[in-house]
Design a protein around this ligand. Structure first.
Ligand code: ATP
Length: 248
């Protein structure tokens, strides 16, 4: 089966500091996978390599079988990304934010507005289409960023710590929205987080620690293999790190 995302033997260094060390894992189409790691584990570096912000000098990254170095256009067309930092233009309306993003993907203005309306409707924000992004709550901004990342119809969505800084209700809403997209729209999702309460037993989990993948598999299987009570305890056994760092 062609994987939504396949990473093999990926390494990256900043000068002499190795941020990723021989990382390999894959995400199946239509599945919700969690990249679990503490701050500094290498999650953002991994996303920067997948999106070609940095060039991968060692290892391979394929999105639905398209290599991001050798066939970047085909690979990036199939990929949507929500970065950790807020990236909406606060002075533009929600619709303008979406239309500009669509233009970057070569989508014309009429089609962009049609897609934009559908995306805002799905995000529950259609009536706010002409409001400036500045007027939204943090959770609403994240929903628009997710809608924007999906505008060009990607089959794989990467999200880097998407719930950081949100209150409990907004966190739960974003998580439910993205789980729903994976389940009902056959979207492959890689959700990077350090929060274990965002993981369900059936989710695939990739545990990244100090640049290395220490475990990958169903959350329940990782827990069983570590003879742990839950994924937090399994993480602590694998990494030697304290469980208290894994909650909001
Ligand atoms: N531009 C850079 N120059 C030098 N070192 C860097 C740079 N970016 C990241 N690093 C280092 O690489 C390692 C991995 O960082 P990275 O940001 O990928 O981790 P992360 O898991 O995304 O953490 P966070 O959630 O805090 O961003 C860390 O040790 C970090 O200090």
């Amino acid at each position: 089966m062609t994987q939504a995302l396949a990473i093999s033997g990926l390494s990256h260094s900043y000068g002499s500091r190795k941020a990723l060390d021989d990382v390999s894992f894959s995400v199946a189409p239509g599945s919700f996978a969690v990249l679990l790691g503490l701050n500094g584990a290498g999650k953002s570096t991994l996303f920067s390599l997948i999106t070609r912000l940095y060039a991968a000098r060692q290892g391979e990254i394929d999105v639905f079988g398209r290599n991001v170095m050798r066939a970047p256009g085909a690979a990036l067309r199939r990929l949507g990304v929500v970065f950790q930092a807020r990236t909406l233009d606060l002075e533009l309306s929600l619709m303008q934010n979406l239309v500009y993003h669509a233009a970057l993907h070569g989508i014309g203005p009429l089609e962009a507005r049609r897609l934009g309306r559908a995306a805002l409707e799905r995000a529950g924000l259609l009536e706010r289409a002409d409001d400036k992004a500045r007027a939204l709550s943090g959770g609403q901004m994240r929903r628009v960023e997710i809608a924007r990342a999906l505008l060009h119809g990607p089959r794989l969505l990467l999200l880097d710590e998407p719930t950081v800084g949100l209150d409990i209700k907004a966190r739960a809403d974003i998580l439910a929205l993205v789980r729903d997209l994976a389940r009902n729209e056959n979207l492959g999702v890689l959700w990077a987080t350090h929060l274990i309460d965002e993981i369900e037993d059936d989710n695939q989990v990739v545990i990244l620690h100090q640049g290395k993948v220490l475990a990958t598999g169903r959350a329940a299987d990782i827990v069983a293999a570590q003879r742990a009570k839950n994924i937090g305890e399994a993480f602590a056994r694998l990494t030697g790190a304290g469980e208290e760092k894994l909650s909001a």
